[in-house]
Design a protein around this ligand. Sequence first.
Ligand code: OOG
Ligand code: NI
Length: 271
Amino acid sequence: MHTDVNELFSALWTDYIQMTPSAAKVHELLGKGEDIINDHIALRTFNLPKVNLQVLAAHFEALGYKACGDYNFEAKKLNAKHYEHPDPTQPKVFISELLVEEFSPELQDKVAFLVEQIDEQALTQKDFLYSGRHWKLDSETYQALLAESEYAAWVAAIGYRANHFTVSVNHLPGYDSLQEVNLALKEGGFVLNTSGGEIKGSAEVLLEQSSTMADQIEVAFEDTKLKIPSCFYEFALRYPKPDGELYTGFVAASADKIFESTNAVSGKQSA
Ligand code: OOG
Ligand code: NI
């Protein structure tokens, strides 16, 4: 496990921009060469005891992070929690897990077979949260998982790494609204997730979010290579609560749509 928060996020970022070439370009466009404050990052996993949400969370808890909110996504069959660090300038962390037992016996067997292949020791190693895939995967298994759950297929193919980083628009110089950020992104040629509208949430729920659609990158399977969705970039604007402090939670209805940023863009799915 890491002993330094900044070192962990820096390693997560290095891995993330390798998986998400557009993220470096978005960072340059919005940050104009300066650092950008991250609102949060997100990670995904399966709820099997060996690799569940808690196993990932332990890496953040060791750095002082505390669980702050629980979320459930009934249709997608996911649970999630968010974590906060005592230093509010550190990114929040959103971790979700797939409720594997709610899927077909076939999916359950396939996921169990992947998870069995992880070396137990790897789970607590420093680099686990950006270590990618720990199993062999063929394209047939990927497609079978994809037919039942886009999320299951994503974790199977992409593995353990930041699914997205999120620009804190509150801390982004030169932009006063999420509309302005979205406009700059579209003018820059980036494709936004329009599920549930370009902007998810509102001032009323104290959080507005938007995101790019995940990059499509070539991923190697046992039998072939496929161009599939990797990771995306998110943008968040938070509003103050009645006590004047910015809201720090998430909004389940909005998160439900953000998950769809890794859906395949039609016509661009295969290599
Ligand atoms: C997480 C989706 C939810 C948010 O900020 O609401 C989310 C994911 O896609 O893994 O990131
Ligand atoms: Ni997010």
